[in-house]
Design a protein around this ligand. Sequence first.
Ligand code: FAD
Length: 324
Amino acid sequence: MSNILVFAHQQGDSLTPGGREALVFGSRVASSIGGEVRAVLLGTTSEQSAKEAISYGASIAYNVQNPLLTEYDVDLYVNCLSHVFQQTNADMMIVSFDRMGKDLVGRLATRLNASAITEVVDFKSDDEKLTWIRPIYGDKAFGEYQTTRPKVIVGIRQKSQKAAVPDEHRFGKIIPFEYAASEEEIVTKLVVKIQAALSDVRLEDARIIISGGRGLSGPEGFTELQNLANLLGGTVGASRAACDAGWVPSNLQVGQTGAVVAPDLYIAVGISGASQHLAGITSAKTVVAINTDAEAPIFKRANIGVIADYKTVIPALTDKLKKV
Ligand code: FAD
């Protein structure tokens, strides 16, 4: 019988997609090996997201109400999550491996002397022994892993779990949890926030993404992609080469070391299709590639390929859509 603690991250009055996904995965593990899912929510003053956590499978939702935890801070969150983990005698913690999870998993494992496993998409169980499944070699294969320490911190790959239907009538307890967070715990302080993204929509949540790469030759090309994205109701992404060149902010990067996305439509413009980029779009439903090089690897992944200069295709497409 395992005690599974899920970090149910919430924003405002509801859970984030990553928070829900971590709960869905935690519930699957609990029903496979026998166990109880307990959610931990940080900084919330409303019970709405705690109720949502219960509807997604938690038996208990620990509400840690402290205004200092309302804004994400890695030091505070590691201290608080470790404290809840220890106080509740948890065996494993499940966290969405989103941008925040990438910050947290290794630190939590070190703090709790636990094993860490990241980018997990699935698991197998045999006599309560868990085997974690994660993509390897830039998503070309899957590896199966077992952890050796008694405790484990599991980072779930974003968008890897099937959406679950919440059960609003599920019974569970909401328990306020005391944690005396203090300013002194913040080792690295946020001094300035800079508006960086071209769009308000998070790449991870976008249904349509138009990404640009080095083939755009400069930041101007991204203005054209943004115009097209506005017409399609989409958002703009980028390859690492375009981000590293400083043409767009790094939070637009898609790929292994950027955002892992799962849109209905992904348009890759002037992107060659390196394995590290493709690792971020494995769950994209339809991929359209626009590239001058017929041999570019992106065409192997694309459902629709356009061998052409983007400077002719994008303005023509934009004009056409304006007339629709
Ligand atoms: P290029 O590979 O230079 O491709 C540019 C493409 O544009 C070419 O195919 C060219 O034919 C085409 N082109 C040129 N002119 C035009 C035109 N006028 N119209 C249309 N097409 C044109 N990369 C990521 O993207 N995301 C990651 O998360 C990531 N993580 C990495 C992690 C590690 C550890 C490492 C080592 C690398 C990582 N990379 C990542 C980098 C990756 O290996 C590639 O270098 C990068 O994706 C290349 O970007 P690109 O496709 O924009 O550029």
